[in-house]
Design a protein around this ligand. Sequence first.
Ligand code: GLU
Length: 476
Amino acid sequence: MNVPNEPSFRESVDLMFNRAVALMDLPPGLEEKIRVCNATYTVRFGVRLRGQIQTFTGYRSVHSEHKEPVKGGIRFAMGVNQDEVEALAALMTYKCALVEAPFGGSKGGLRIDPRQYEDHELERITRRFAYELAKRDLIHPSQNVPAPDMGTGEREMAWIADQYARMNTTDINAVACVTGKPLNAGGISGRVEATGRGVQYALREFFRDPRDMEKAGLTGSLDGKRVIVQGLGNVGYHAAKFLSQEDGARITGIIEWDGGLFNENGLDVDAVRAWIGKNGGVTGFPDATYSKDGSVLLEQDCDILIPAALEGVINLTNAAKVKAPLIIEAANGPITAGADDILREKGTVIIPDMYANAGGVTVSYFEWVKNLSHIRFGRMQRRQEESRHQLVVDELQRISDSMGNKYTITESFKQKYLRGADELELVRSGLDDTMRIAYQSMRDVWHERGDVPDLRMAAYLVAIDKVAASYRAKGL
Ligand code: GLU
């Protein structure tokens, strides 16, 4: 979404980048080398549908190849354009660097409204797009590994993986050519929920440090915090679900394409999701106040605002009216550069997109590693871990018995302790660790450098430093 009188999405990303590099001491020229997008491939292809040939336009942009493969989703939406995929590819470079996923940045998109097509038609279109990209190595396990994004999911990734495998019948690593696949087609447990889960872990880490809370004027924990979510797609839904069901947050507002729902006492996220599934939108949902113009809820009083849909939704027209003291950018680029300035002035704390939604690519990284190692995480260790834990429990029991049963080992402890970690637990543990470490690296820069006004700039500084170090190490 391009907002009138404001820089484009890519220009916004560049402005934020420039603000950060002004504080860095990069060798002449390196700054530009990192900022610019290396290449963008545009393809137009025809598919025979409903008795006529329809032409589609798609893109795959490669922002930086300081590490390979390059990584980033493929989005299916009518608004897809070159500026947008380039901005998103740049964000992927910084995102991967920040969370130490060993990839360069890329992004793709197809200009299409997927809702206008039957499943079998979408399959043909997706396969044809995948063919066009794969034959130029823009889908490739060691060169370029796409993933889901807006308008795409497990189903499209399975088609892409299969298309690549058909074109590369002897490639033993073919399944690693794309991530976000269904479990039965080489996917990993926990990938679907990963971005939303990452948002939850990011907020938990935020609430661990009183200095961060103080900057936003918040106290306590996530428990009881009023949260407004824009977009109840995969990311917004999982974030809202986990925050309300596991951390005690109250989802007071949900904004969707056809309006917004508000309930001061908290909305039942699963019920809203089920309603949307059945009725196509939030209109008519009981137990909430409905407003046709959902965007008014962006300006509603709350503790945490989670834009989890499109870019540019908080812009010069509404930034000054946003009341949330804390915004976490679950979407990519929801706040324009101009709005970012206004919010910073107001003291709003923003947990930036390149960090906040990095859970997706982090678990994609685990999936890619799983595919290359051809074995599920935990398969070798799980039972061995359980038998070692059994030894400890037996020994505790023996000691307790020898002391006349003065101490008892509770059943619930035994159950929890004895169970070895399965793939989902390992994925969550790896994601939690990644989100904590990345947050801590931003936090250190934010609090300790004195000249860094916000977390976004801190994120850029950490990320650009890592990309620059890669270039310095390997040469250009
Ligand atoms: N599309 C997601 C993103 O913007 C995931 C990318 C990936 O997993 O490669 O981060």
